[in-house]
Write a protein of this length. Structure first.
Length: 457
């Protein structure tokens, strides 16, 4: 069955776009269009052949968003060839790009014109902007600039029947009806394929600097955030939480990273200021006030650009799985109200150790917007049913997050990983509205099935 489908795609689209998929026959082909028109043709061909479409960007795949469905044949739609920056307009502070542009390339193009494209995260060198928008990516700059959703002024989308919606107006104000682009931001490729975008840019900060500090007590975390915010105002760009386990493991794994603080601690914070005027005096005031108020046990301000880069490289290397490869991982992308972050951390760790004292709790995140990346690593040992223990952790931590008014997925998306669990935080009417939208846009169910909403719903 696979070979005739592949030949039909080759006939419809051409050999330069179509290449063979996987050996098991589930992925019939990998499609690599180079224009919106070719994307539209590809989507139309797949709709005619009843082939599911799984879009692929940088493929970091944190939430199993690009996994092929198990119950039907599909194609991977790879937008890597659509990687052109079409316009940078400093007067409007906008940039028009194709969806396959790499995030770092977008950032660098903005910087060349004295502008900032605010979204940023560790995978900036491989993440594609279309995927960032389709998943509503976050990162440390959300505190100051908002999520990726807030950086999108216009877009072009290929709909599931192959029609093209050209919504590239890019206006700051447009009160002419439904804001349709918002439906596709965070939709994970389930409603259509984003092909071009008009992005919002910001004035590039002229100066910036960072500090790392040791908290005297985890309970003072939000007190110190509020103190920093009152001193720095809009120059406060990021306020990050770093756990001591990750800090020590990063320094051990990457010996080129020089230890910025000799104090060993359970919790550190990483703060960055940036603005049009020098920020060192403001950062020094935050530094000193932290000690005066008893919030800090130790701290260091970067004295050079290289030292600041080291602080942030440590933060970028807080990827938990690389430090516990022999342990199973239960993970959450938690969002809670900021005044409940410490409550969440304390209660989550209590749940982890109550079921297994050897379990490791691992938390890092973006304090300013309440987003904590939390993981539990139980210890595989004789007599322990790891699968049952993992399910217990998932059930109890999910319930804790909802009890605190939070979300189990804050910035990574739902994908296939959270598709069952996400249902628990949606009311019946909210979930039904999502189902109705899916059915309206994609009645054949070909767009990234099994992600965000279950295919059987």
């Amino acid at each position: 069955m696979t070979r005739p489908l592949l030949e039909a795609l080759e006939t419809a689209l051409g050999h330069d776009i179509v290449s063979k998929g996987g050996e098991d026959g589930t992925v019939v082909a990998i499609l690599k269009p180079s224009s919106t028109a070719e994307v539209a043709s590809a989507v139309k061909a797949c709709a005619d052949l009843d082939l599911a479409i799984v879009p692929r960007g940088g493929n970091s795949n944190v939430c199993a968003m690009t996994e092929p469905p198990t119950d039907r044949r599909c194609v991977f739609l790879d937008l890597a060839r659509m990687n052109r920056i079409l316009e940078v307009n400093p007067t409007r502070s906008t940039m028009t790009v194709e969806a396959g542009c790499i995030l770092q390339v977008v950032q660098e193009a903005a910087a060349e014109h004295g502008r900032l494209f605010a979204p940023d995260w560790g995978a900036r060198g491989s993440a594609m902007i279309g995927g960032a928008v389709a998943t509503n990516g976050g990162g440390p700059n959300v505190f100051r600039f908002g999520t990726t959703r807030e950086q999108v002024l216009g877009m072009e989308v290929v709909l599931p029947d192959g029609r093209i919606w050209e919504g590239l107006r890019g206006l700051r104000k447009d009160n002419s009806g439904y804001d349709l682009k918002q439906l596709f931001i965070g939709s994970e490729g389930t409603l259509g394929i984003i092909t071009r975008l008009v992005l919002k840019l910001h004035p590039a900060p002229v100066t910036g600097n960072s500090m790392m500090a040791v908290l005297t007590d985890q309970a003072r975390l939000i007190d110190y955030l509020n103190l920093a915010r009152s001193i720095a105002g809009d120059t406060l760009v990021a306020f990050e939480l770093i756990n001591g386990i990750g800090y020590e493991n990063a320094l051990k794994r990457y010996p080129d990273l020089r230890r910025p603080l000799e104090t060993r601690a359970d919790w550190y914070v990483l703060i960055r200021l940036a603005g049009a005027e020098p920020v060192d005096d403001t950062l020094a005031a935050i530094f000193e006030a932290g000690f005066d108020q008893g919030y800090l046990a130790d701290a260091v301000m970067a004295q050079t650009k290289a030292q600041e880069e080291t602080l942030w490289e440590i933060r970028d290397q807080m990827i938990p799985k690389q430090y516990f490869p022999d342990r199973p991982m239960c993970k959450w992308d938690v969002s809670v109200p900021i005044d409940r972050i410490t409550t969440f951390l304390q209660r989550a760790e209590a749940i982890a150790t109550a079921h297994q004292p050897e379990a490791i709790s691992y938390a890092i995140g973006h304090v300013g917007d309440g987003n904590i990346h939390y993981s539990i690593f139980p210890l595989p040992k004789a007599g322990t049913d790891i699968d049952a223990l993992s399910q217990t952790y998932i059930r109890e931590i999910d319930a804790l997050i909802w009890d605190l008014g939070g979300s189990i997925t804050a910035e990574h998306g739902v994908g296939a990983l959270f598709v069952d669990r996400m249902r628990g935080q949606k009311s019946d009417i909210e979930y039904a509205m999502m189902q109705d939208l899916k059915a309206l846009f994609d009645p054949k169910g070909i767009m990234n099935p099994g992600k965000l909403l279950k295919s059987t719903d």
